[in-house]
Design a protein around this ligand. Structure first.
Ligand code: BGC
Length: 446
């Protein structure tokens, strides 16, 4: 990972890791005040937020509304998707009633979390490179994303300005850093997966002469697309990739994230049922892609009843396989375990790769003769979000276990993974405040 990070920073297209500039060189410092909005689009759910900031690192109030994205909008037209988002935002704003905050006397400002690969042209604008996670709206690719939203807001008669366009990892980092200035990276492990971190501008070779007031910039790695010849791929991974709407893309994501794990399990048990006839007769449901969603797989995996009754129920209700013998139920749990453990260990290796790149893995880089134990490791916080990590205990435990194993007990003590609830959205509102047209003092990053 660290090697590919170097390559992605050295030249455009130098690695499958895009290492995208975010133009975020200052993060919120706690002095921000006023009401800011955020839209969070990118996972299974879509969120609208209003955040009231009180200065002195205080978030006075957060209102969040979540709703699932209607499936048909994921592959419809740009206009349909952005009109839907703008309408939801308008309804949300209209519900706010009589808000007397003076910030509302001026134009409302919005942080837009758009969790897809975007080539940023400024902190508030950027062009969609490609869709991921099952979205596939051709006419948005290559377009300026904030403009699509602002045009839809204008169509709906909503007067708002996109003050920050951010990836979910960047929002998460902003909130993490707001609470704890030792936060230097953020990771999302949910429907999709990705990471961002603070890099020194002089290490971003592909952008020579890039000057920021802080000397640093947040880099969106787009690690979901990471690949290495050292990564062993099974026939299940190869088939899942070939059947996906984006073959040869997002290889790391397809081994790790919530969109895919359930389907890997389904493919394994389908093969077992063909080759060893473990379930008996014809199984039409088991042949349906994505019928076994990852939350159900997690429930089966974490079924601690002696008879594995949850496993039996899910196999019957979702896959229409009744009366599965106890021995076979155990086998299904084992498959879930193997698939999740691999995913969690890969994610852990990715996090350690970032720490290694920025010299926070305890290996000390060039030590000038000092032994590893002489080097005082800096406390390092990685903000983390996404349902797979927050809601799937076994996944989380495997990830922690692997981090300790790779870093070593001693170094691992200096690294904290910190969950930031709704960080991707709240963080975008914070960044809208930081980059508001009515700015407050900003903090230096590095
Ligand atoms: C996207 C990233 C995003 C990640 C997590 C990936 O599919 O490419 O931009 O950060 O999912 O939501």
């Amino acid at each position: 990972m660290a090697v590919e990070m170097h390559a992605g920073l050295a030249s455009e297209g130098g690695s499958k890791l895009k290492m995208l500039l975010t133009f975020v060189d200052t993060l919120p410092n706690g002095s921000e005040k006023g009401i800011y909005y955020a839209l969070d689009l990118g996972g299974t759910n879509f969120r609208v937020l209003r955040v009231q900031l009180g200065g002195q690192r205080s978030i006075l109030e957060t209102d969040v509304e979540r709703q699932p994205i209607p499936q048909h909008l994921m592959t419809s037209t740009s206009e349909d998707l952005f009109d839907f988002i703008a309408s939801s935002l308008k309804e949300f704003v209209e519900k706010e009633g009589d808000v007397s905050d003076t910030t509302l006397m001026r134009r409302r400002e919005l942080g837009f979390t758009f969790s897809f690969p975007v080539k940023q042209t400024s902190v508030s604008t950027g062009i969609l490179i490609k869709w991921t996670k099952g979205f596939g709206i051709e006419d948005t690719v290559g377009r300026e994303v904030s403009e699509c939203l602002e045009q839809a807001m204008a169509r709906k008669g909503l007067n708002m300005r996109v003050a920050a366009l951010v990836n979910d990892t960047v929002g998460t980092l902003a909130l993490g850093h707001y609470h704890d200035p030792d936060t230097i990276a953020a990771v999302i492990i949910g429907t999709g997966t990705n990471a961002c971190y603070l890099e020194r501008t002089d290490a971003i070779i592909k952008c020579q002469g890039l000057l920021t007031t802080s000397g640093g910039m947040v880099v969106n790695m787009e690690w979901g697309n990471f690949w290495s010849s050292h990564l062993p791929r099974t026939s299940y991974d190869i088939e899942l990739d070939a059947d996906s709407p984006n073959p040869n893309d997002q290889g790391f994501e397809k081994m790790i994230s919530g969109m895919y794990l359930g389907d890997i399990v389904r493919r394994v048990i389908l093969r077992m049922s063909h080759e060893a006839d473990i379930f008996g007769d014809a199984l039409p449901k088991l042949s349906m892609p994505f019928i076994l969603r990852t939350p159900l797989m997690a429930e089966m995996h974490e079924d601690d009843s002696p008879e594995l009754t949850e496993v039996a129920r899910i196999l019957k209700d979702t896959l229409e396989i009744p009366d599965v013998p106890s021995k076979v139920r155990k086998l299904v749990v084992k498959v879930c375990d193997v698939v999740t453990r691999r995913a969690a260990r890969l994610a852990a290796a990715g996090i350690v790769g970032i720490l290694k790149k920025i010299g926070r893995d305890g290996s000390g880089g060039i030590t000038g003769g000092r032994s590893r134990s002489d080097i005082k490791m800096k406390r390092t916080v990685v903000a983390i979000e996404g349902g797979l990590y927050t809601s799937y205990t076994m996944f989380r435990e495997y990830l922690h276990e692997a981090m300790k194993e790779i870093l070593g007990e001693e170094a691992a003590q200096h690294v904290t993974l910190m969950v930031t609830e709704d960080g991707s959205g709240v963080g975008a509102a914070l960044l809208a405040a930081t980059h508001s047209s009515d700015p407050v003092d900003n903090v230096q990053l590095l």
